[in-house]
Write a protein that binds this ligand. Structure first.
Ligand SMILES: *Cc1c(COP(=O)(O)O)cnc(C)c1O
Length: 364
């Protein structure tokens, strides 16, 4: 390369950072993938080259997450937001109600969409705490007639994360894992459906992954659009229509990269350490605070506020100048938010902590 690139530590909640190694590999393969003479973007999704890319990505994801054979892995579009509708359309299966845990902004969206298709029982609601807490496992009880239970293991905006998987017995458990998938090992067999938009912790925007237990596939609500039927995608290897081919390819490179790094157990160790360093920096300074109950703090999204909010703009400006980008909090909560997904190097968190300490010294 004739020129070098300056990469910042990008704390965006999504689309978020991708591993530099993955981007470099994509650059190398950009004009000519593996001697094909084509960019992956230019390939037929039905050609043997692309099919090999797609199959490897799925196999690597199965290995990474230890996905049991009786689950389908679907590579879809429409984002997690489309899953808010696709879940009830496919999982009601003759029933008329479902249980939802309302623990934040994204739960609210899932609930609102669910209500278009069924009776939604809100079996836990933490809105009263401004979504800074989560229910204990012992506080949850599920409705006998619920077709499924839906929850959001990590709420990206308020920064709360469940430390346990709700035990719903025979009722299928559905998880919107958009902002925590691949951050640590998870027992897939505890879930009916896991879904995630790719742009947080998987790959580029445009791809949505759904991991669906096979027995939940095949019965949809009357009027369900073909594209919203899990069965159509399962039966066609996620190639009923043209899939988001390039995003799927990059996701595959990320899976390969994570396997080479030691898989999700290794990621969990690093992620836990990164989060701890940042929360320690916040808790140990009177200058910063995080409102979330310490036992449900997210490893992935860390909101924090400055004691003096008049310094917010200066903080953001100086951070940007120090190569620490996209730290503004969500517009609904203000303050700051550092999203520290897998691709955020530990050195990025160290740099943020150093910056925060220095900023507090100069302005405190
Ligand atoms: C970002 C996000 C969404 C929305 O995802 P889209 O792919 O934009 O539809 C939903 N749920 C959670 C938990 C998210 O973090």
């Amino acid at each position: 390369m004739a020129h070098t690139h300056k990469r910042v530590y990008n704390f965006s909640a999504g689309p978020a950072m991708l591993p530099t190694e993955v981007l470099e590999r994509a650059r190398e393969e950009m004009l000519d993938w593996n001697g094909s003479g084509m960019s992956v973007m230019e390939m037929s999704h039905r050609g043997k080259e692309y099919v090999s890319i797609a199959e490897k990505a799925e196999a690597d994801l199965r290995k990474l997450m230890a996905i049991p054979d009786h689950y389908k892995v679907l590579f879809l579009q429409g984002g997690a937001s489309a899953q808010f509708a696709m879940v009830p359309m496919n999982l009601l299966r003759g029933k008329t109600s479902a249980d939802y845990l309302n623990t934040g902004h994204w739960s609210e969206k899932a609930v609102a969409e669910g209500k278009r298709y069924c009776n939604v029982n809100i079996i836990a609601d933490t809105k009263g705490s401004k979504y800074t807490t989560l229910p204990d496992a012992s506080e949850l009880s599920f409705s006998k007639d619920a077709a499924y239970v839906h929850y959001t293991p990590n709420e990206t905006i308020a920064g709360v994360e469940f430390g346990y998987i709700p035990d719903t017995g025979d009722i299928p458990l559905v998880a919107d894992m958009s902002s925590t998938i691949l951050s640590r090992p998870v027992d897939v067999s505890k879930f009916g459906v896991i879904y995630a938009g790719a742009q947080k912790n998987i790959g580029p925007a445009g791809l949505t992954i759904a991991i669906v237990r096979e027995d939940l596939i095949g019965e949809t609500l009357p009027g369900t659009p073909t594209m919203f039927d899990y069965k159509i995608h399962a039966d066609n290897g996620s190639m009923y229509n043209t899939p988001p081919t390039y995003a799927w390819y990059i996701a595959g490179l990320v899976f390969e990269h994570l396997l080479a790094k030691g898989g999700l157990a290794a990621m969990a160790e690093i992620n836990k350490r990164k989060a701890q360093k940042l929360y320690d920096a916040i808790d140990n300074s009177p200058f910063y605070s995080n409102p979330v109950d310490p036992k449900c703090r997210s490893w992935m999204n860390v909101p924090f506020i400055l004691a003096n909010s008049e310094l917010d703009k200066t903080f953001l400006k100086e951070a940007e100048a120090a190569g620490l980008s996209t730290l503004a909090g969500h517009r609904s909560v203000g303050g700051m938010r550092a999203s520290i997904y897998n691709a955020m190097p530990e050195a990025g968190v160290d740099a943020l902590v150093d910056f925060m300490n220095d900023f507090a010294r100069r302005h405190g």
